[in-house]
Design a protein around this ligand. Structure first.
Ligand code: PMP
Length: 352
């Protein structure tokens, strides 16, 4: 039976977001989805063991009260300034529901997180990409968008936009700005003070990267109580399950674990960036847990495929601005060593 006429035309036409591959074999070096190579805090393992299975017959706290209080304490604000979500992706999706009229537009840089244009298309409003400069540096957006998604540090470039530039933009922008700080724990600066000081700014954060909890699906937003209230109105009733709330609290009780891992990753990031630069690659200055770099000896796509044949997964985004680069998540030093050895082999073979 044909489904023609049942699925909305806009959905039929939609190019869905393409997540990185999750190979079933564990015998791969997985550097394609910016996961943390180190396990979450032992406090999370403990909380998992102590989960009361019987209590799962009840619905979770719809407002994630304990988590809101803990996050408010962490960021020096009130619980009314915090919204907890099923991953920070949910914050982004709900923002398109809460802050954009049907004739409004959603702005974002290009290249940036490839989910942004998809969210605009799902919401059925125009997405307005703003091309970054030739070295992926800041360009002033024209303004006028109901919502602007600003990944900082940016993905997939890994680069951090200057905090003052972001502040000037936020102050001039009439609509809501979501500063998407998914990778900020690996960066030297953040914009949390803008979310707490300006009425139109939300900062979105996640426990997926620095806290090693991508599988848990937990993210949050911080900002003005009126914006937070709007997100609460449009969310699903029970958007975060009880296990995620309990394990998230445990992770947030051990910030030291997260910070130590972030430091290890930053050290490995420097080693990886330096090694690639020595090979003649174009390496963007990374403030994230991945490196955005253009290979020298053969095209990025070819290298991506040759690495994949060897069980080493990195990410390649076809396209005029992105096609010459690979996004390589920073793994353990062992992972980085295997990647560099494979690159060495492949590039040597490619030499005429
Ligand atoms: N923002 C950016 C820039 C990302 O790269 C990601 C990860 N794909 C997310 C948000 C979403 O993270 P999560 O939903 O796991 O919190």
């Amino acid at each position: 039976m044909s489904s023609k006429g049942r699925v909305r035309e806009r959905v039929e036409r939609l190019s869905a977001y393409v997540p990185g591959e999750q190979p079933s074999s564990s015998d791969v070096v997985k550097l394609n989805t910016n996961e943390n190579p180190y396990p979450p805090s032992p406090a999370v393992a403990r909380a998992l063991r102590e989960l009361d299975v019987e209590a799962l017959r009840r619905y979770p706290d719809p407002a994630c009260g304990k988590l809101c209080r803990r996050l408010a304490e962490l960021h020096g604000c009130a619980p009314e300034n915090v919204f907890v979500a099923n991953g920070s992706d949910e914050v982004l999706a709900l923002a398109t529901r809460a802050f954009v009229e049907d004739d409004g537009t959603i702005g974002f840089f290009h290249p940036s997180y490839s989910l942004y244009p998809v969210l605009a298309a799902i919401r059925g409003v125009a997405g307005r990409p703003v091309e970054l400069g030739p070295a992926f540096e800041w360009r002033d957006p024209p303004g006028g968008d109901a919502l602007f998604f600003l990944a900082n540090p940016n993905a997939p470039t890994g680069m951090l936009h200057d905090r003052r530039t972001v502040e000037t933009f936020c102050r001039a922008h009439g609509g809501v700005v979501i500063v998407d700080e998914a990778y900020v724990d690996f960066a030297e600066a953040d914009c949390m003070d803008l979310a707490l000081g300006l009425e139109n700014v939300l900062v979105a954060r996640t426990l997926s990267k620095s806290y090693s909890l991508a599988g848990l699906r937990l993210g949050y937003a911080v900002g003005h109580a009126r914006l937070i209230e709007a997100l609460l109105k449009v969310k699903d009733s029970y958007n975060v399950g009880a296990p995620a709330q309990a394990l998230g609290l445990a992770a947030l009780s051990d910030l030291g674990h997260m910070r130590r891992n972030a430091e290890r990753i930053k050290t490995s990031r420097r080693a990886l960036s330096d090694a690639l630069a020595r090979r003649g690659w174009t390496v963007c200055p990374s403030e994230t847990n991945f490196v955005w770099a253009g290979p020298a000896a053969l095209p990025a796509r070819a290298l991506f495929e040759r690495l994949r044949e060897r069980g080493i997964f990195v990410r390649h985004f076809p396209g005029e601005r992105t096609g010459a680069f690979l996004r390589i998540s920073v793994g353990t030093d062992g992972d980085v060593g295997r990647l560099l050895a494979a690159v060495n082999e492949i590039e040597s073979e490619a030499k005429p």
